[in-house]
Design a protein around this ligand. Sequence first.
Ligand code: NAG
Ligand code: NAG
Length: 366
Amino acid sequence: MYPLKELLAAVAFAFVAMQGSLVLETQARAFFVFGDSLVDNGNNNYLPTTARADSPPYGIDYPTRRPTGRFSNGFNIPDLISEELGSESTLPFLSPELRGEKLLVGANFASAGVGILNDTGIQFVGILRPARQLQLFEEYQGRLAALVGSEQATTIVNQGLVLITLGGNDFVNNYFLVPYSFRSRQYSIPDYCKYLITEYRKILVRLYELGARRVLVTGTGPLGCVPEERATRSRNGECAPEVQRAVSIFNPLLVQMIKGLNSDLGSNIFVAANTGKSSADLVTNPGEYGFETAQEACCGQGRYNGIGLCTVVSNLCPNRDVYVFWDAFHPTERANRYIVRNILRGNTDYMNPMNLSTILDLDSRA
Ligand SMILES: *[C@@H]1O[C@H](CO)[C@@H](O)[C@H](O)[C@H]1NC(C)=O
Ligand SMILES: *[C@@H]1O[C@H](CO)[C@@H](O)[C@H](O)[C@H]1NC(C)=O
């Protein structure tokens, strides 16, 4: 017979141990997000910048019906991926709520307005450029280690899913921002794309060095077809041809770079997500996917609602679900759902070398 005290201690220990493993088993894998306004969950709310989505009607279809800093009427791409992971949305790294157990969900480091290059988005002032986002990822890992110990922290990061979305702003908010921009005088479109890819590769390598092992890398959308470009760069509302040409050079170079990087690393760490194809599907054939327009933004003013910002005094469409574009640049939640569906289940035209459901399946068996 054991003395009662020891028995109780053993039971208590078993209970704690069981709870510990329950927490680890029921906790969905962590999710880390880097990039620009397509994936920012609200970091810019905490920054001295003009690139912000913290006033109505942003968030009009979000569960709280309030603006959150997401550049969407409702959920954005990372929110919908979190949903698939069976997880709550990641908090912005700058949110004071990101502490304690919340760290286990992951974190969002994205900042609207940034690009691959440091001179992209300078007009927005105080944003988190990629190098800074990666620094904050390191800071996050320190906080996580303080919570669960450094070994466990490394495991959580290694087993996490990462999403990075960059490049769009290097075109619309840099090269094509003004006629005769510095970058357009410096580089032809093909040479600029090559330069962007070289710099993007360095960012991805750094992400790998910091422990990322499953990284979805999105290409850029049909930037020449966003309401803002149609409004300012085309005669009859067709997609702006030179911007479209740039995208058609950039995206294949990105896929090629990712292939090379994976082969150097000897593993499929990086996965090219051709979100540009998903967006192009919607832009080319909105009706086929249940949308009424891909030309006009839901919220904005001027031609195609593509001029200036979406604010409380802008035109606002009554039914967001029939618009591909929410504002002059960003998709509606419904369009984001189509994009994420293809990330999850798309064939190799959409996801290379494999889709997210295959990744989740593979990693759950590893
Ligand atoms: C951007 O700035 C960071 C930090 O200052 C630097 O490490 C990086 O090389 C810069 N990128 C480019 C493309 O100049
Ligand atoms: C993508 O996901 C679906 C559903 O899980 C799967 O059946 C399909 O084979 C995958 N496609 C590719 C090309 O990996």
